[in-house]
Design a protein around this ligand. Sequence first.
Ligand SMILES: Cc1cc2nc3c(=O)[nH]c(=O)nc-3n(C[C@H](O)[C@H](O)[C@H](O)COP(=O)(O)OP(=O)(O)OC[C@H]3O[C@@H](n4cnc5c(N)ncnc54)[C@H](O)[C@@H]3O)c2cc1C
Length: 393
Amino acid sequence: MINYDVLIVGAGPVGTTFARHIAEKGYKVGLLEKKKNIGVPLQCAGLVGKQIKEVNLLPDELIINKVYGAHIHSPSGHLLTVAKNNPEAYVLDRVGYDKFLAQMAVDAGADLFLNHRVTDVDIKNGIVYSGNDRDEMHGKIIVGADGYNSLMARKVSESGVQKIVQAAQFLVDFDRDLFDTNYVHLHVKSAISPGFIWAIPISASSARIGLFGNLDYHTFKNILKDFLSQDKDCSGYAITKKYHGMIPVYDSKKKLVKDRTILLGDAASQVKPTTGGGLILGFKCAQIAADVTSRALDEDDTRILKDYESEYQNKFKKELIDQLRVQKIFKSLNDDDLDHMFVKLKELGADEIISEYGDMDDQSILVKELVKRGILFKILPKLLSRRIVNLRK
Ligand SMILES: Cc1cc2nc3c(=O)[nH]c(=O)nc-3n(C[C@H](O)[C@H](O)[C@H](O)COP(=O)(O)OP(=O)(O)OC[C@H]3O[C@@H](n4cnc5c(N)ncnc54)[C@H](O)[C@@H]3O)c2cc1C
C-alpha cells in the first residue's frame, strides 16, 4: 500500500490548489481524480473577482477578458450600470485554468492519479479505496475536495445530503459584434429569483449565457431559449455548446472535520449564496486548510484539524449568512417590486454607490452602505427593510 502524508480526493481547482500548498511545505501528497482529463467538461461561467490575484496564481494567458463593470437589467428593461476604473473581475479560460492548477500541484511534488475514482474511504484509519480493484492508499490526513456530490462529505456527516441548485449555460455565437467586453450583463426576474441570467462576453460576438436557481434543467433551457428569442438585441445567434452543472447551497451548519478527514471547496459547500461562485472562497479555504494540515502533521495530532473549521467559520460565516439573507429578500420580490427597486435606485444615485462600494466577493460592505445612507429603506417595503436592518447586527 502506498503511504502519503496527505491524500486528496478530487483534482478540481480547489483540490489542486490545496495540493500545491501542502506539497510546497514538503509533505508527500497524493491526488486522486476520477476523470481522465482535468477540467472537462466545462461547468463554469469562469467569472472571478479581482481578489483572485491575491488568493491564487493566475497567468495572464488564461484571462479571456477583464471586466470593469456590469449592466444590470430589471424584468421590464430598466438598466443600472455599475463600473470601476480598474478591472473588477476576470473571465477565465476555466478548462485551461483547472489544467494549469493541476500542473502546478504536480510541479510542487504532488502525485496525480487520473482515472482513479475513489469508491470508499475509511476515514478513521486513513485508507482510500479506488477503482474496480479497490486499490488501497493510506494517508495520515484525507481531504475531500470531490465537488457537490461528495462521497467524502457523506462520510464526514452521515446525515448530510448536500442541498444543490441547478445551473445551465449556453455558449452563444452572434452574427455580429454585440458586446462591449468590459461589461457583463445580469438580468433579474422573479421567476428565477434569487438566481439571475448572466451574459458574460468572451469576445465582441460571443458570450457564456446561463443561469442558476431552484428549477430543473429542462425549464432552464426553455428560459434561456426564450431569453435569446425575446430579446431583440440577441437576434442572429447560434448556440454552439450547452452545459449543465450543480451548485451546492451554502450550509452554515455543515460539519467539515471528522477523525483525520477534512472537506474543502464545493464538497464543503464553500460557495457564495448570492452568485453561486465557489472559486475565490474555495481558494481562501485551501490556504487555511493547508496551514492547519501542516501543523497537524508537524505535531502528529489530527485533533488540530478542528482549527480549520473554526478559522473558516470565524472568517466567513457572517458574510455568508448575510448573503443568504439578501438572497431570501430577493426571492420574496415580484417583478413589479424589482422594477420599482431599479427605478428608485437610479433616482437615488445608487448606481454610483454600487460602483464605489460593490465588491463581488464581499457584498455586505455595499448592503451596509445602502442601509447607512437610508437608501434601502426608501425602496423596499417596510417589512423587507426590517429584515435588512438585521444585517447590521
Ligand atoms: C454552470 C456553473 C457556473 C459557475 N460559474 C462560476 C463562476 O463564474 N465563478 C465561480 O467562482 N464559480 C462558478 N461556479 C462554481 C465553481 O465551478 C465551483 O465552485 C468550483 O468548481 C469548485 O471547485 P472544487 O475543486 O471544490 O470542485 P469541482 O470543480 O467540482 O472538482 C471536484 C473534482 O472531484 C472529482 N471527483 C468527484 N468525485 C470523485 C471521486 N469519487 N473520486 C475521485 N475524484 C472525484 C471530480 O471529477 C472533479 O474533478 C459555477 C458552477 C457551475 C455549475
